[in-house]
Design a protein around this ligand. Structure first.
Ligand code: SF4
Length: 343
């Protein structure tokens, strides 16, 4: 649905600048920005996808992945079309490359999002599948109502959002899983047609704004899997975000325009797991693999398994009131503040 956008300004005659994400597109009349879903019509910027939902499902929160945020709950998950990145390895390219005329879109109101979440017996809402930043106006309006209904909200995002919209969003957003796609700018430029620095800035600001964050790093052989790069990434996490930030190192599978690169070897993932521990990351995880042990939450003090995960099933018996049952160490898991209304 078309609606006037927020976060833009006129720059000359009928040309506008969108200030929502870090591309800061300058858009001529009758053209869209990089994401393909925000258009300049007669000198005004419009979102073309307000409430336009391409996909929805009730997903375990672990699928996002968020492991330290309301474990064992279901999130009503929804996405739209388009993306502000152009990743060669996109796993959701059927919607990220679709335009606003995509025939499978269902138009929703913010009120309907709350109703659907409740109807599907979900404890929260997740904006996911494609990049949620690009339908900011709808996410913000619906998240406001979701919070008022006592449910939690979360984003699965590439982190390419400017400071002002992120500050606005933080009023209604509880958690983010932010993809850090590599720890070098060349990868971002070549593979995603974007830049690394704005993503790192988002991680730091989201943390400062009190949003729970977890990071995902998809390990792609020969592209972003150098151990030196991983060491630097982990050092940055410990210094800027804190050692308790959960980090998901996930396995790459050939997809979209990156069919010529093989899946990540398990040995590489296990070595990266060890490197992250040595660097001081307390809660690293290895995802997209059958090897379940590395998806467990292990007490960093005594090594006791506090949360055991098999697929999306959980065994929380290693915890007592979110302390390690063996040694009493506090395990940082957010569980009880989702009813807190931020707005
Ligand atoms: S949200 Fe879209 S139009 Fe706006 S700056 Fe980003 S890519 Fe450009």
């Amino acid at each position: 649905m078309k609606k006037e956008a927020s976060f833009w300004n006129k720059i000359e005659d009928k040309k506008v600048q969108c200030n929502l994400c870090s591309h800061n597109c300058k858009i001529d009349e009758s053209r869209t920005g990089v994401c393909g879903v925000r258009r300049n019509d007669e000198g005004k910027l419009y979102t073309l996808i307000y409430g336009s939902c391409s996909s929805m499902a009730a997903d375990p929160i672990e699928k996002k992945p968020l492991y330290h945020f309301h474990p064992g709950t279901n999130a009503f998950s929804m996405g739209t079309v388009g993306c502000n990145f152009k990743c060669s390895h996109c796993q959701n390219n059927s919607i990220s490359t679709a335009d606003p005329q995509y025939s499978h879109v269902r138009e929703l109101t913010p009120e309907e999002v709350v109703k659907l979440a409740e109807q599907y017996d979900c404890q929260g809402v997740s904006y996911t599948y494609n990049e949620p930043t690009i339908w900011h106006e709808f996410c913000y309006d619906s998240a406001k109502l979701v919070k008022k209904a006592g449910l939690y909200t979360c984003y699965v995002t590439n982190g390419y959002i400017n400071e002002d919209p992120l500050r606005e969003l933080s009023l209604v957003l509880d958690a983010m899983n932010i993809d850090v796609k590599a720890f070098n700018d060349d990868f971002y430029k070549k593979v995603c047609k974007a830049r690394l620095k704005p993503v790192l800035d988002t991680c730091e600001l989201a943390k400062e704004l009190g949003i729970h964050i977890e990071l995902t790093y998809l390990v792609i052989p020969t592209c972003n899997d150098s151990f030196d790069e991983i060491r630097k990434f982990c050092g940055w996490i410990v210094e800027k975000l804190g050692s308790s930030t959960p980090v998901h190192f996930t396995r790459f599978h050939p997809d979209h325009n990156m069919m010529d690169i093989p899946a990540t070897p398990m040995d590489t993932l296990l070595k990266i797991y060890d490197i992250s521990k040595e660097a001081g990351v307390l809660f690293p995880y290895v995802g997209n693999v059958a090897h379940g042990d590395y998806e467990n939450t292990v007490c960093p003090k005594c090594g006791h398994v506090c949360i055991e995960r098999v697929g999306f099933s959980l065994n929380l018996s290693g915890l007592t009131d979110f302390n390690c049952k063996n040694c009493g160490n506090v395990i940082p898991i957010i569980t009880d503040n989702y009813k807190k209304q931020k707005i």
